[in-house]
Design a binder for this molecule. Sequence first.
Ligand SMILES: Cc1cc2nc3c(=O)[nH]c(=O)nc-3n(C[C@H](O)[C@H](O)[C@H](O)COP(=O)(O)O)c2cc1C
Length: 128
Amino acid sequence: MLPIRYTNADLDWTDDNSRVVREHNDESERDIELKETTVADWESYDTVYIGYPIWWGIATWPVNNFVKVNNFTHKTVIPFCISASSGLGESGKLLAEMAGTGNWQEGIRFRSIVGESDVKAWLDSLEK
Ligand SMILES: Cc1cc2nc3c(=O)[nH]c(=O)nc-3n(C[C@H](O)[C@H](O)[C@H](O)COP(=O)(O)O)c2cc1C
């Protein structure tokens, strides 16, 4: 079965019957099939950045199956998110628990309108 993409209507959080609202209300609906969960040369990476938008204060749940199926042992994992107003909150911690492996760091939250230079500045600050 192919993954089902989210349409704009699916993402309408103001509609009580939209896909995201149903998934938000019922955790058992959040087991989202992904097109791809493997990363080429995964073993060769020491650091993995996991980025996602925030939905209702947590990471978009389509990310869950990516962290669940990959092995982060011996890797540094850095979460980062974009949101309208919420902070990173517990989103990174929850993903770390789902992953069960990896040395997860405190990540960062960017505004939805983040620019490339903001991201570059953050990456540069991590390398120092
Ligand atoms: C279903 C849904 C739930 C959202 N929940 C939150 C939220 O709890 N807090 C927040 O700050 N932004 C929330 N947002 C806004 C998204 O984080 C925002 O859409 C995302 O950062 C992507 O930005 P863009 O829509 O400008 O591309 C939500 C968006 C959607 C679609």
